[in-house]
Design a protein around this ligand. Structure first.
Ligand code: PNS
Length: 168
């Protein structure tokens, strides 16, 4: 059987346990997953591209089927260049559907040879988003259990450092 690779794109600012859950589910279906970290999300990111890539690399350090790369430009161009004919996207709730539907069809319009696969995370993570994690962490709330331990530590470091800059 030929190997099938998939790309899992996102801003990952930061990666959450919902993302990790989707990647683990994807690994049961695909032979290789390329986690594609968008270099410049519209909203200015809390973590730099390098920081986001390196956190995900550390989390999946023992998983040989996972590769982490940064990308910019069109996702379909990156998917073709990295020989991944499938795009994985997580669907948490109906509210995700409209945006995801538009994006999948735009990508299909641009590249009919690339297919989007939707996967649902564990129900425990359906309320979870990177935006909320950032907001809660920067306002001093706990994000334990919502993001990998390493991300909890990096978020705490970021918050401490930004407080020092504001109140030296
Ligand atoms: O985690 P996000 O922010 O929901 O991920 C969005 C992402 C990175 C998948 C999307 O913004 C993207 O693919 N950007 C690359 C530009 C592109 O290809 N645009 C055309 C499809 S809408």
């Amino acid at each position: 059987m030929p190997e099938v690779s998939a790309i899992y794109p996102g801003s990952f600012d930061p990666i959450t346990n919902g993302h990790v859950d989707i990647i683990q589910r994807g690994l049961r279906v695909f032979d290789r997953i390329v986690i594609a970290v968008l270099k410049n999300p519209k909203k200015s990111p809390l973590f730099t591209t390098k920081e986001r890539v390196s956190m995900i690399q550390e989390i999946f350090a023992r998983e040989k089927k996972v590769e982490v790369r940064a990308f910019d430009g069109l996702l379909v161009d990156f998917a073709r260049a990295s020989k991944t004919p499938v795009v994985i996207r997580g669907l948490r709730a109906i509210s995700d559907f409209e945006y995801e539907f538009q994006m999948a069809l735009m990508n299909r319009n641009l590249a009919p040879d690339i297919e989007t696969f939707f996967m649902m995370p564990n129900v425990n993570y359906t309320f979870l988003s990177s935006n909320m994690v950032r907001e809660v962490a920067t306002l001093g709330g706990s994000v334990e259990g919502l993001v990998p331990e390493l991300v909890v530590r990096r978020l705490n470091d970021k918050v401490k450092r930004s407080k020092k800059v504001q109140n030296p």
